[in-house]
Design a protein around this ligand. Structure first.
Ligand code: ADP
Length: 308
């Protein structure tokens, strides 16, 4: 096999109470990529489509950086070409950079007979993701690679836990077309948190993990609260509180900021409710004059996958 075409999915990180450790994978939004062996040694980004102004130099593109990290770890007498067909808007907060970082190493691994497991691939991808976010994290990479809900138990050593995804869970995403710099979203966070807030947060987080294991939708609803990050970051997203109130009123189990924003996710039981939440948010946000995109997706339990 000399060439492979893959779907590299969008992801939601943090998931309310799981700041920096929890994420889940989307099914209906993602990039496509073609990875091809080439006689010339090295990593070459040969095509980027989608209308975004992303760099072709491998060292400046997250897909190239993670590919280079893996290339250094293998001994081959050929190189790789990467084509990126981007659907996930960079900076949207649904793992645009993670999809690229994951796609290149997943595709290369398939072309050389899969010497690396998914945790090892995540390590290469972390280096690509670090280019975009200026710090090492895997909360978008892990769900993009493993699919479903994932918990990054630790970065050093890298330990990723795969959590079950209850069958009826769907996500509704709104992406208001405003720019939030990840650095600004980080800077706004407090350096310390009150013990009482920490207790609430880890109780919610623990119960969310339990709820995923037991497909307990009522408990998912009771657990999807973030008392530490959301009160600060929500100020950066216009009309955040109205969106959340609307989503919950329309039947969402919970609603929160996707990654560092500006996208906002709602988790819903059933496709019908997810679409109802979408329509309610759409009617609300259409009045604001701010451009936005919306997506409804089931949870993608496979993660990145071969499509041709
Ligand atoms: P997101 O959460 O949507 O991934 P980030 O802010 O983390 O957004 O990453 C987007 C940044 O990464 C942008 O500055 C973009 O120019 C840069 N970048 C470099 N290569 C890529 C790529 N292949 N895909 C997406 N973003 C990339």
């Amino acid at each position: 096999m000399n060439e492979i075409k893959i779907f590299s999915p969008a992801t939601v990180a943090n998931v309310a109470c799981g700041f920096d450790v929890l994420g889940f994978c989307l099914d209906s939004v993602g990039d496509q990529m073609v990875i091809r062996k080439t006689d010339k040694k090295g990593i070459y980004i040969t095509k980027i489509e989608g209308g975004f102004n992303l760099p072709y130099e491998a060292e400046l593109n997250v897909a190239g950086v993670s590919a280079l990290a893996m290339y250094e770890a293998i001994d081959v007498n050929f190189g790789f070409e990467i084509e990126i067909y981007k659907n996930i808007k960079p900076g949207s907060g649904i793992g645009s950079s993670a999809a690229s970082a994951v796609g290149s190493v997943f595709g290369m691994n398939e072309l050389i007979g899969k010497p690396f497991n998914k945790t090892q691939l995540t390590k290469f991808a972390i280096q690509g993701e670090a280019l975009a976010s200026k710090c090492e994290h895997a909360d978008n990479l892990a769900p993009a690679l493993f699919g479903g809900f994932t918990l990054v138990k630790s970065l050093v050593p890298l330990e990723i836990l795969e959590l079950p995804s209850p069958d009826a869970i769907f996500a509704t995403i709104i992406h208001p077309q405003i720019e939030i710099k990840t650095s600004e979203a980080r800077a706004i966070l407090p350096k310390e948190v009150a013990l009482s807030d920490a207790i609430t947060q880890w109780a919610n987080f623990g119960s969310l993990v339990h709820a995923l294991h037991t497909s307990n939708y009522d408990l998912i609803q009771k657990s999807l609260h973030d008392v530490i990050v959301e009160p600060h970051r929500s100020k950066l997203i216009p009309h955040y509180n109205e969106i959340k109130t609307t989503a919950l009123k329309a039947g969402a189990l919970g609603c929160g900021i996707s990654g560092s924003g500006p996208s906002i996710f709602s988790l819903c039981k059933g496709l019908k409710t997810a679409n109802h939440v979408k329509n309610a948010i759409e009617s609300l946000y259409a009045k604001t004059g701010i451009e936005f995109d919306m997506h409804v997706s089931k949870i993608n339990v496979d993660g990145v996958k071969i499509i041709d």
